[in-house]
Design a protein around this ligand. Structure first.
Ligand code: PAF
Length: 278
């Protein structure tokens, strides 16, 4: 994998190519979920670019920007093994040079849930993703379903701003006990790690109840709250049953629905979701 740090180097690489390009944007500290995105991109495109950039504009002032885990050498090796061709790992000033002053204003889909708890988060995500799409100019860009609202925000931005890229959603990768892989799982000590699968247990309990015929969104929210409430190390931030495209809360589940939750377990704030495909 060729590692570059400058926008001009990415443009040079892209300009010399004739086939299709797949892009996997990441903040690094890669896990098997990221690798699955690169492998999917590898199957569907002639060349693969990944980006590694811990984007400061998507972190709030009291969030974990400074301690966000980083390991460029390990990331480079994983990308190499997964068949990635280019890794763009810019310094902050390459993406946000002095005087940078233009942001994407996200709309209603970015307002609830993560958007409500993390003001400015999706503005930062949308801005950096649009910049990365403009820099790499991929045919397809790959994102994990784990960040379901992020995916919805990016899809809406791409549609509304006529960005010429196909957004590809890839399934969440989980550990054997159900915990969704996340770079932030590295914050969990052994006891919190043992408690963390409660997120997936709550989601699967609600999905099972839906399969058994429950169509009241409040009924499904109650199931998630009950399962989470039984784990003393888990502090529930929110549980949600929402439309997967608009993220608006539902009263009744009569079509596709996104079950999602955010839970603090020790030092980590974890999110997860399951799609009911109605
Ligand atoms: O999902 C992430 O890792 C980030 O939010 C992304 C899409 C790379 C933008 O910084």
């Amino acid at each position: 994998v060729k590692v570059v740090t400058r926008v001009s180097e990415v443009r040079g690489w892209r300009g010399a190519l004739s086939g299709t390009v797949g892009l996997v944007p990441t903040m690094g500290y890669l896990h098997a979920g990221h690798v699955s995105l690169v492998e999917r991109a590898r199957r569907e495109n002639d060349r693969i670019a990944a980006t590694l950039f811990v984007n400061p504009t998507q972190f709030g002032p009291r969030e974990d920007l400074a301690r966000y885990p980083r390991d460029l050498d390990r990331d480079r090796r994983l990308l190499e093994a997964a068949g990635c061709d280019l890794l763009f790992a810019p310094p902050v000033e390459e993406i946000y040079p002095a005087g940078f002053d233009t942001f994407v204003e996200t709309g209603a889909v970015a307002a609830p849930l993560e958007g409500a708890r993390r003001p400015g988060h999706f503005r930062g995500v949308a801005t950096v993703v649009l910049k990365l799409l403009n820099i790499v100019r991929p045919d397809r860009a790959y994102f994990g379903q784990k960040d379901a609202q992020q995916l919805a925000v990016i899809r809406k931005m791409v549609a509304d701003l006529d960005v010429p890229v196909e957004v590809v959603a890839c399934p969440t990768v989980r550990d054997a006990d159900g915990l969704a892989l996340s770079s932030r799982n590295s914050y969990l000590g052994p006891e919190d790690r043992a408690a963390a699968p409660v997120l997936y247990r709550a989601l699967t309990a609600a999905a099972d109840r839906w399969r058994a015929g429950e169509r009241s969104a409040d009924g499904l929210r109650r199931v998630m709250r009950e399962v989470l409430g039984a784990e003393p190390r888990a502090q529930t931030d929110y549980v949600s049953v929402a439309d997967p495209a608009t993220l608006q809360e539902l009263d009744t589940v009569s079509g596709p629905a996104l079950l999602s939750l955010a839970v603090r377990v020790g030092p980590a704030r974890l999110i997860d979701n399951v799609l009911l495909d109605g």
